[in-house]
Design a protein around this ligand. Sequence first.
Ligand code: ZN
Length: 478
Amino acid sequence: MTDYEPVIGLETHIQLNTESKIFCACKADSWEDPANTNICPVCCGFPGVLPVLNKAVVDKAVILARAMHSDIRDISYFDRKNYFYPDLPKGYQISQFDRSLASGGWLDLPMPGGDLRRISIHKLHIEEDAGKTKNEGGRRMIDFNRCGVPLIEMVTGPDLRSADEAAQYLIRLRQLLRWLGISEADMEKGHLRCDANVSIRPAGADHLNTKTEIKNVNSIDAVREAILTEIDRQKAEVTAGHRIESWTLEWDENRKKLKKMRSKETEADYRYFREPDLLPIRLDETWKAAILANYPELPLERRSRFMQEYSLPAYDAEILTSERSLSDYFETAVKAYTGDPKKVSNWMMNDVLRMINDRGITAVDLKLTPVYLAELISLVDAGRINTSTAKSLLEKVDSSGKHPAALVEEEGLGLVSDDTPIRTACEEVIAENPVEVASFKSGKTTLMGWFVGQVMRKMRGKADPQVAGKILAELLNS
Ligand SMILES: [Zn+2]
């Protein structure tokens, strides 16, 4: 039986997190707003209105294009993509066609085992969103809030070879968009939308067969499931001697099934032509330099730098660079601490991350600042507090915002290394436990740990265990 390999390309629509829409002053994000409340004559396409380009859209698009290693054009144009649909009041969508803002590029995906898979980017352009239709009470309703919301459409080459790779692409893209601060990239809220082009071919072949397009998938799990379902369907069709037809399919999340929407249009159907109401985008060097002045180190670069510069294991580096604010937190803490960076990583992965996840916040929201964390670790190193006190202090520092050393002082949590109170406790423990003392003296020296434990208990964990051990040895061996 022939062995088939899947060939997958992803088409993503990324909603940029600008304040206002792309060509008017209406609020861009209408999540949970009542229908048709963020609209005006421009985004509703009234006759005689003129669009005015939102500069922030170009800024954010340039940042993404740079992150994708795309060629950024000095001059790019807007085009009209004509089609008729109730949620498109103008009868056309303002998009970019043959001279878009950027061309080419790639996104590297780290694969399990350490290899990188390079996924090519075929298209990257700016466009406006259309409205939204929904069925309610047996009627078809239209919400124009989304009209004119700024989008980047980004299309990969047919480079992905499994549903897992497609999911990995979306996970990395989402991480990158948030890292760059240009989109919330929340698939559930439609900030990141994905259509998948799927075909199959005999394993090892290099031609492309007819593909189908899966639309309407709004989570990464759903993309994975929908692609797996479509690969199985195509294999069954081909095995049965049928041809794959160029369909557009819709993923039904509730029934976990694909259903045929329509036979696909080709690009010629859109009758693209230059948008006459907008000037070309002229991206001169000064503007480009201003946009890229604060261009950040990207997640994968930072991940490998963490491994080299701080000798972190890949696992730690991956988690600590999952989010930009978390990786900034780590680095600030390491600089403040000056000791072994792995120790800072351990505290973050075990304790700080739990605090962040439990509360659904990000690292910048913590009152336990990276400098405070560094100080807590240093207090443990210096023997001023023990680890369990430090762990309980994390929460206290975070809820009060107080300096860790001040809290240790205030609550009397410091370890007692002064001999006198420890000696008293040791003497009491020996007096209260004659049986254990006798067996220690007859040679059961392993009881020492138990004695130290009793002293610690008596002093509610505040004794310096080394000092206690020394005094106990002296008393028991006398
Ligand atoms: Zn508007």
